[in-house]
Ligand binder design. Sequence first.
Ligand code: NAP
Ligand code: GDP
Length: 324
Amino acid sequence: MDPKTKSEPMRVLVTGGSGLIGKAIEQVVKNEGGSLEGEQWIFISSKEANLVDLQQTKAVFAKYRPTHVIHLAAKVGGLYLHMKENLHFLRDNLRINDNVLQTAHEMNVTKVVSCLSSCIFPDKTTYPIDESMIHNGPPHSSNFGYSYAKRMIDIQNRGYFEQYGRRYTAVIPTNVFGPNDNFNLENGHVLSALMHKTYLAKKEGTALQVWGTGTPRRQFIYSLDAARLLIWVLREYDEIEPIILSVDEEEELPIKDAVKMIADALDFKGPIEFDTSKSDGQMKKTASNRKLRHYRPDITFTPLSEGITKTCEWFVKNYDIART
Ligand code: NAP
Ligand code: GDP
């Protein structure tokens, strides 16, 4: 039987399966009944295939013959890594995305869900940002490489649909955090890097150094919430145009408020200092979840303080194996 007939269970390949969101999807699939009977879920990392390389990409697709792909693999990092390596973010991600999308097309994959990010929107814009605004102007200068590479996924999805009728789409998460994040002090995203810094400051009895002024605002989504929504998008969402995965606009908060939650979660009582010689990056990127709420009026999100507490607990417990 044709493996892609509707009655055949999905065989889902998750690229970037060893990362923050990939591990969250694995947990939902394995522990929360996220997988239906007969389905196969395959989680791959760069160790199995370096997706910058076309031959390795083709080989891993030939090995697993997926019917569906959740494409998460990317060169990923926080603000300060972007500022150092814009060219690498551009080139690696352009190549990974082209290799994955074209190989999926050649191997007759039914659906691909890729991952954009709310940081790729125009820097000069009106708020809230929505899905129609991705290409309306240059991104923030701090992460132009990543942003232009990610924007091209949206363009390619349109091309694969117009020329070949492929239903390849993308999600746009805001800042994601949770267990299995990259807790690297220099290169990680804000919450994971600051959890690690707070952990060390408490241990060593020093002040906590927050980079920037602490005034930029962000909407954070817990990785398990993002994972459940990604699985819903794979199963149900039928548009080619992307969909923002975000908490409500009112949940956006200054970094310094999130720092207080981290300090509480780790019981850090020492001084908190702001190194204002370091860049603030984008001051805000308020995203609208109107489209998501239209499709999913039922959804609830893990409160930020609860997600931070759970992630801190995971980090302390797994300090020896966490990506630091
Ligand atoms: P992550 O924790 O850094 O994980 C990245 C994943 O990509 C890892 O599994 C890594 O494999 C894999 N990877 C990196 N380079 C690769 C390569 N050359 N070949 C094959 N695999 C490669 O990232 P994440 O936060 O889960 O992000 C997943 C997706 O969500 C990305 O597309 C990212 O742009 C997007 N996103 C993330 C956020 C966020 O705040 N984290 C927000 C919006 C969108 P190894 O483990 O082997 O290195
Ligand atoms: P962004 O949301 O795409 O800008 O990426 P990040 O997750 O790296 O968040 C950057 C914001 O957090 C900026 O306003 C930084 O000034 C602030 N921030 C404060 N301390 C840190 C830190 O230790 N690491 C990172 N990555 N950002 C920090």
